[in-house]
Design a protein around this ligand. Sequence first.
Ligand SMILES: C[S@@+](CC[C@H](N)C(=O)[O-])C[C@H]1O[C@@H](n2cnc3c(N)ncnc32)[C@H](O)[C@@H]1O
Length: 189
Amino acid sequence: MNRAGRSIDPFAGVQAATREHQRRHGCGAYTYQDGTLPGAVAAAAGAQRIVEVGTALGYTACWLATATPTTRVDTIEFDEDHVRLAREQISSAGLAQRITVHHGDADDVLASLPEDQFDAAFFDGFTPTATTIRALRNRLRVGGVLIAANLTLGPAADVLDGLNDPKVWLSHSFGETAICVKRDPLETM
Ligand SMILES: C[S@@+](CC[C@H](N)C(=O)[O-])C[C@H]1O[C@@H](n2cnc3c(N)ncnc32)[C@H](O)[C@@H]1O
């Protein structure tokens, strides 16, 4: 923490490069405001395997990888320039051995990843769809945590209803982000 109460960000350079890229290209690489949030949630979960939708230049992927010294992150990005730049940034941060950048559409890549194996997931693509949220849920083990961002960008009502269904998730929303823990639907409350 610095004197203003903000955490010192080891990946501030990646975030600054992302903002500069977004300004120059007018693309969708809007970097998450503060990587300490997904980083702290993943660390609290002791997450060993994490999947992320929406790499941009890798800012939050780097933060997620700090959850434990051995955490591995699969991050998904469909813009080939972002994929190339993310791999450069992640390599410079010394995290290339622990972060895999997948090039492709989220739903296609998620289908190729194993089910029930991930401890945490971060959705930071554009507006979340029911299909993508379902695919992320299927990748999480019971008790795994989904951090879902961009919830104020106009997702369909069934997406928000699904995330707030207490039989499916234990959820807490604040601003445009929700923290959702996967429940076993067979367990009664
Ligand atoms: C909000 S930015 C991600 C920011 C990044 N997490 C960070 O904090 O720096 C969204 C990124 O998701 C990518 N994206 C959006 N929809 C996608 C999809 N369906 N599949 C793969 N990537 C997607 C965009 O190209 C963009 O780079």
